[in-house]
Ligand binder design. Structure first.
Ligand code: KIV
Ligand code: NA
Length: 277
């Protein structure tokens, strides 16, 4: 399967072909995504919670996410790879934002980066990064890095003011040059009104059908625990499978059933003789 290009991305939108994106943060996860034939992989800063166990996405550093991004790239060398720009790595200046974006391209082989928000300074950063030659995916609606400012992890675009702001920011990030836009946690009917006015693909998560979907890998394979948002569908229960496997292993070791014959090296008679001597 040829790697997604920005031209192809627009063709898919025009043809109404749903774009499939999934997060991945390591070698096996990315390899599974590439084998499954997804269109794009997102090395999301959701890694902060689902991989590193932090409370918030805001806690992951550039170096931490870069390590995960490099592993994901090794697992999926032929898939379009988008990397999140962590909180704090773009806020200071356009120069800082460009430097961070360039690191993800040079050190992890990112095809694009993703930047949250649509406020005036965010638009400046988008323009700066795009001008530096790095494609930028926007992210509006629920933006986890600044969720505290939004009153917590809650759906956006549910009031007149919030819906107007979402429309304005959508148009603004589009003008600023994003190649695609993630919209998170916004009522389907609100997104449906915005979609026809956007030329670039809208990838939804908790945003209804849109031009494509993205889900957090650990949510969809059923590893995450606790309260999950309504937009999550668990396609497997690998968290349970993992715990069961480890429990079985423990039982077999304690019961003397593991290692069995087939897990042991055999047939070295001369060495046995020498060991006896
Ligand atoms: O970090 C992430 O996983 C994301 C997606 C939920 C869009 O930003
Ligand atoms: Na993210």
């Amino acid at each position: 399967k040829p790697k997604l290009t920005l031209t192809r991305l627009l063709e898919m939108k025009a043809a109404g072909e749903p774009i499939v994106m999934v997060t991945a943060y390591d070698f096996p996860g990315a390899r599974a995504a590439e084998r499954a034939g997804v269109d794009a992989i997102l090395v999301g800063d959701s890694a902060a919670q689902v991989v590193l166990g932090y409370e918030s996405t805001a806690q992951i550093s550039v170096d931490e996410l870069l390590t995960l991004a490099r592993a994901a790239r090794r697992g999926a060398p032929a898939t379009f790879l988008v990397c999140d720009l962590p909180f704090g790595s773009t806020e200071v200046s356009d120069a800082q934002a460009i430097e961070t974006a360039v690191r993800f391209v040079r050190e992890a082989g990112a095809d694009a980066v993703k930047l949250e928000g649509g406020g005036p300074e965010r638009l400046e950063r988008i323009r700066a990064i795009v001008a530096a030659g790095v494609p930028v995916v926007g992210h509006l609606g629920l933006t986890p890095q600044t969720a505290t400012m939004l009153g917590g992890y809650r759906a956006q675009g549910r009031t007149v003011e919030s819906a107007r702001r979402l429309v304005a920011e959508t148009m603004a990030v589009q003008d600023a040059g994003v190649c695609a836009l993630v919209i998170e946690a916004v009522p389907t009917d609100v997104v449906a009104k915005i979609l026809p006015r956007v030329a670039v693909p809208v990838i939804g998560i908790g945003a209804g059908p849109a031009d494509g979907q993205v889900l957090v890998l650990h949510d969809l394979i059923g590893i995450t625990e606790g309260r999950t948002p309504v937009f999550v569908k668990r396609f497997a229960e690998l968290g349970t499978a993992m715990a069961d496997a480890i429990a079985d292993y423990s039982d077999e070791v304690r019961g003397g059933r593991f290692p069995a014959d087939e897990h042991q090296y055999r047939s070295a008679p001369e060495a046995v003789a020498a060991a006896r001597a």
